[in-house]
Design a protein around this ligand. Structure first.
Ligand SMILES: [Zn+2]
Length: 202
């Protein structure tokens, strides 16, 4: 799938093939008004907006309004509904934006009844069938980062295996109370709380 600036599926998006670097605004886990404040940086400085889950619908509306014309790609969190109106939901699939492959897996470990919660084997089965990607978006962290404490915030081992096998350049996730950066092999993993500006170079 190719996305144009208007989000249509026809034609190529403005950066075209090989358009590096990508300037990415990542937004995740907005739990207080201070976590997300408009305006952000100038819109012309951005190529892509990604949402990493647990973002209130009112904030999603602001992001879509403010970022109109910029592709918005994301995954749901464990506190969200399964669908993400207005956002290209990459949960369990790979989507191409220009020549960039973006994959994702939303939600967290199963701890109660409700959507967007999974057992390890469910994640493993889905990711085993998933093709390679340049950027992977998840809500929960990879287990190898040891970033999440307790059952609910613990990462998925299947994410580690995807990183080993598919080697995405960038892995972005939310779900935690602290942000961090960690390099695993050739993958830069960023935990995002609130918002974070990133650059993806070739
Ligand atoms: Zn969460």
């Amino acid at each position: 799938m190719y996305l144009t600036r208007s989000g249509s599926r026809s034609g190529k998006w403005r950066r075209g093939a090989g358009g590096f670097p990508w300037r990415i605004l990542a937004i995740g886990d907005v739990h207080s008004p201070g976590d997300f404040v408009l305006p952000l940086q100038p819109r012309d400085e951005l190529d892509l907006i990604v949402t990493l889950g647990d973002i209130p619908p009112s904030v999603i509306e602001q992001i879509l309004w403010w970022g109109r014309g910029i592709p918005v790609v994301g995954v749901p969190g464990n506190h969200d509904k399964a669908d993400l109106p207005g956002i290209v939901n990459v949960h369990g699939r790979v989507v191409e934006v220009a020549d960039l492959r973006i994959a994702g897996f939303g939600g967290a470990r199963r701890y109660r009844a409700g959507p967007n919660q999974f057992m390890d084997w469910q994640v493993a089965r889905r990711l085993y069938l998933l093709g390679p990607s340049d950027i992977f978006l998840s809500h929960a962290p990879p287990l190898c980062t040891s970033a999440g404490e307790g059952w609910v915030h613990r990462g998925f081992a299947a994410f580690d295996r995807y990183i080993e096998r598919r080697r995405p350049s960038l892995w972005l996730h939310g779900h935690l109370a602290h942000g961090y950066t960690r390099i695993v092999g050739s993958t830069a993993i960023h935990g995002v709380v609130g918002k974070r500006l990133l650059t993806l170079s070739h």
